[in-house]
Ligand binder design. Sequence first.
Ligand code: BGC
Length: 759
Amino acid sequence: MSEDLAALISQMSLEEKAALCTGASAWTSTPVERLGIPELIVSDGPHGVRKVPDVNSMAIGSLPSTCFPTASCLASTWNRDLIREMGEALAEECIALNVDVLLGPGANMKRSPLGGRNFEYFSEDPYLAGEMAVSMINGVQSKGVGTSLKHYAANNQEFQRFSINAEIDERTLREIYLAAFEKAVKEAKPWTVMCSYNKVNGTFASQNSTLLTDILKKEWGFEGFIMSDWGAVRDRIAALKAGLDWEMPGPQDRRVKAVVEAVRNGDLDVAVLNESVRRILNITFRAKITPKTGTFDAEVHHELAHRIACEGVVLLKNNGLLPLKAHEHIAVIGHSAETAHFQGGGSSHINPTKVSVPFNEIKNQATDAELIYAPGYLMDNTFQQGMIDTAVSVARTADVAVLFIALPSYKESEGYDRTDLDLTEQQVALIKAVSKVQPKTVVVINNGAPVVMGDWIDGVAAVIEGWMMGQAGGIAIADILFGKVNPSGKLAETFPASLIDTPAYLNWPGESGEVRYGEGLFIGYRYYDAKNVPVLFPFGHGLSYTTFEYSHPKVSASSFKDVDGVTVKVDVTNTGKLAGAEIVQVYVHDHDASLVRPEKELKGFAKIFLEPGETKTVSVKLDFRSFAFYHTEFKQWITETGEFDILIAASAADIRHTLTVKLESTLDLPCVLDMESTIREWVTDKRGNTIITPLIKNITEMSRQSFGDDQSEGGVGMDTMEMFYDMPLVSVLMFNQQFLTMPPEEMVEGLLRQVHAMK
Ligand code: BGC
């Protein structure tokens, strides 16, 4: 502990310490004026600064700030530099709006496309989500403003989010649900982390010492403080003991009193409280180094929001109709053409500095075109045949129809999950009716998570995933429609063909207070790969107005040590007529792992901009973790010596080159054989193998004498050794006790002593 902080803490009364660990208002910490301890001011996040000037109000009257695209759109850019730039802009707005810590980014996984809050999360893939979170945190914090990485951990649904118990096996937790947090904590060092509301394996995240102390603080070396989500703490003392430093929101006098009381009656060690105080003070003083004054340039940030939207919008389908010619007669249909749908509902909701309306932006760009507008639907669940009829008549006489379809907030928001992946009945009927009379129909969807399109996609010429694209998204859509911008976004999540195909379908959203993550490691493309389930659009998919060719794939070594890693290179050429950007994805496939592994996993990517005819070499470094998996018996990430394929791809379903390499594991893993280890486990363990191999002959002989074999007359008609292989050695010996000179347990204990003594 720094001496200054230690001296300060020693001057604080017990009451002051307890108060510091609880908010003073909805958005501030409790200052201690007599000691010069200032208040810390936090604000939502994550894709804009939602500063509520009255700190006692949770939501009302937030000040204008830039609404950047939401996380689904951000991740679809696959552009680390751009997300970092956005982080810097967010920090500038925090500085101008007097905010010390921005509550974001969110690094939870999209376990199911039904998650109501998926628009606030990046991806179904932990590597991609982790990279995006790192970039955003680095951007914000580079300007002296803090972040709060949230919601740690396993906030993957809104249904019963305040109480549901997420049952997740340890390996899945490590490899899927914690991995993005781990990357962000280790590589970007967020000032704070926010715990989630839900329970994880039986204990509230806010009171979960395994998550908060053992993993986050000790194992990952997190040095900031952990805050609760708003209202996530049930038992304040248990939470402090587990490592939850700051409870929000405040004021909460009874909580402060409870902490004081617990220290006085010996239930809470004051050292635990001091440690939380130290962490909070450390960040509070760090925040005050950056004076919060001045203004931000709203125009420059609007333009940045525009650039990000241009890169995050994904062209899903194009039969050649796009880009449109600016002089055509265009029917612009859909409520969200005139009333932009650019963000989601809930705590992330921003009061934008201005909004680009798609229809106006189309007018600005298609100055020679004849434009007619029809709203087509309302943002409620009423069915209006008249509106469809009007839209059809408008579309029929036009050269092309552009349909803007936004998912209404009753179908998608923080606070509740979606119940289906469908557009509204009215919207589906509208698309079908319009495309029937006007085959040159482009559908632009504004939503935060996948929708199904089976009913109508074949009838339309093009589909643009416009996401909740932020306040400047309207210009981005117009830019892409008319070819001013060449689309370069790719999906950070799979678009399934139907809800029934999705990985968590049978285990969603849980019952009796519990949700079992029964699909384990297999979420997103990991699931569709494993089950060979066809999808609507694969992870990593996104079209361009140009084409890219991949050539000369190379790897720095065909045989390498895990700690050295390897570098993959490939030349990418823009073979079309327009400048454009390509996202090269690198997946790893393990040939022969001792535990089940997904068919392939994303471990690197790069986005490059290329002029027509230009070639650039993309280089992606793969490290130890690119090849490792979490082993619950060794309680660590391990590699295994063997062959791996490195897949260089344009999407999860478009593998351009495969390189096979040989990895040598440098790990000297401890022996984990015990009394319950099976014969197969003894054989597989490199030390155990040398001990068990000579014994196997005897065991086979003993078994033959006791049970015969599958041919023996009057025998059991089975290959008993096949069964014995997956029984604990001790159990097998028990069946053959008559041949042994000592009890089986004693014999195995002796073997265990030998094997654990081996180098
Ligand atoms: C949300 C958090 C948010 C907090 C403060 C909670 O309900 O889950 O993401 O930061 O409220 O608004």
